[in-house]
Design a protein around this ligand. Structure first.
Ligand code: SF4
Ligand code: SF4
Length: 374
């Protein structure tokens, strides 16, 4: 049967069963949260990298027994899943790979160590002259850690193979997302999110590439089922996943099409390919990861350039900038994003919210007002 958008929604359930069998057979699993995680090194060690969810409101009360309430819901949800042992992916992970990105996450990792080993990579600011050297050294430290933990030897060839795999996966997902440059788009925002979010749970990258390529071909071969003439929205800001898609749902229920998402859970990293002309795979990887335009970087000009490019490529009519409460980096960066979008004479709306449904009515009013001025 051809791969459909719906096929992606079962990836998570299938992955849980596969992981259980893999662990019982002695397989190694590494949990990760962030786009800066060099999955290539995990794959090169013969282990399975799994995306950990922090997109549910449910475990937040348990997290608040330890963490401050005034903290990003993503950090609280991630910790809450760990503390309550309710995320099978966390449960199966041999260790967690974290990075010193935002303050909330890096300090949370210190506390998470009491539940499971966490290896934290020290991320330098990309603007530093010696950032490439520093980050390469951190990747080498991770390589040694993986070798010691899993009693394996990671050769350069293993890393190059994993680089090829991850490059192909990014290209395949980008090709799917780029289909929405068409007018009318080929996928709704909810469908787009389901594809890009669900695939991060897969235990088999080659299978994900096959599914993405098949989906691209089948979507491109048939006419769009979406309505033409609806306002085309670019969503930017904090990561969104299944369970935290309320802004996408509201915008589409109110008659818009969320055609693209400049989020690390979406399009933010998809143009980045590891440069295979380097002699050393570690330097090649360090170079790629330092180019991620996340707001935890200072300065972060790359995000503004990416947003401008996406506005053009996806024929965007308005931009919604989503900030999770207490995410200072995205919240502050909203000033520059707003300036950029207004200079392009497009409507811009920043929404600061959490995972609850408490503010749905007020969000609705603000999104409605945005759509009216398009
Ligand atoms: S927003 Fe930045 S720090 Fe947060 S998960 Fe994404 S890449 Fe990592
Ligand atoms: S949304 Fe912001 S505060 Fe939350 S984990 Fe990501 S960067 Fe940190």
């Amino acid at each position: 049967m051809a791969t459909s958008i719906e096929s992606f929604s079962s990836i998570r359930e299938i992955a849980i069963m596969q992981l259980k069998a893999f662990k019982e057979a002695g397989g190694k699993v590494v949990g990760r949260y962030c786009a800066y995680t060099p999955t290539e090194l995990i794959l090169a060690a013969g282990a399975v990298p799994v995306g950990l969810c922090g997109t549910s409101e449910k475990p937040i009360p348990a997290a608040e027994e330890v963490l401050p309430r005034n903290l990003c819901p993503l950090v609280k949800s991630s910790y809450g899943f760990a503390a309550t042992d309710t995320c099978p992916f966390f449960h199966f992970s041999d260790f967690i790979l974290g990075e010193t990105t935002c303050d909330g996450k890096k300090k949370m990792f210190e506390i998470m160590q009491d539940i499971k080993p966490v290896h934290v990579m020290q991320l330098p600011y990309a603007g530093l002259k010696h950032a490439l050297e520093m980050w390469s050294e951190e990747l080498r430290r991770l390589r040694r850690y993986l070798e010691e933990q899993f009693e394996v030897k990671i050769n350069d060839d293993d890393i190059w193979q994993a680089i090829d795999l991850v490059n192909r996966e990014s290209a395949a997902l980008k090709a799917v997302c780029d289909l929405n440059q068409a007018d009318p788009p080929l996928m709704s925002g909810k469908e787009l999110l389901s594809v890009s979010w669900s695939r991060s749970f897969s235990t088999d990258v080659e299978e994900v590439i096959r599914m993405l390529e098949e989906l691209s071909a089948s979507l491109a071969a048939s006419p769009s089922s979406k309505q033409t003439g609806l306002p085309r929205i670019l969503l930017t800001g904090c990561p969104v996943g299944t369970g935290t898609e309320k802004v996408v749902v509201l915008a589409e229920d109110l008659g818009a099409n969320v055609v693209a998402m400049e989020l690390c859970s979406g399009y933010k990293t998809l143009s980045l390919q590891t440069d295979t002309s380097y002699d050393d795979p570690i330097t090649a990887l360090a170079d790629k990861y330092l180019q991620i335009p996340c707001s935890c970087m200072s300065p972060n000009q790359g995000r503004l350039e990416l947003i401008q490019q996406m506005i053009k490529d996806f024929q965007v009519d308005a931009v919604i900038d989503l900030t999770w409460q207490a995410c200072h980096t995205y919240n502050i960066e909203a000033y520059k994003v707003g300036q950029l979008v207004r200079n392009l004479e497009l409507p811009y709306l920043q929404l600061e919210t959490d995972y609850s449904q408490a503010d749905v009515e007020s969000l609705k009013v603000r999104i409605e007002a945005l759509l009216e001025i398009i």
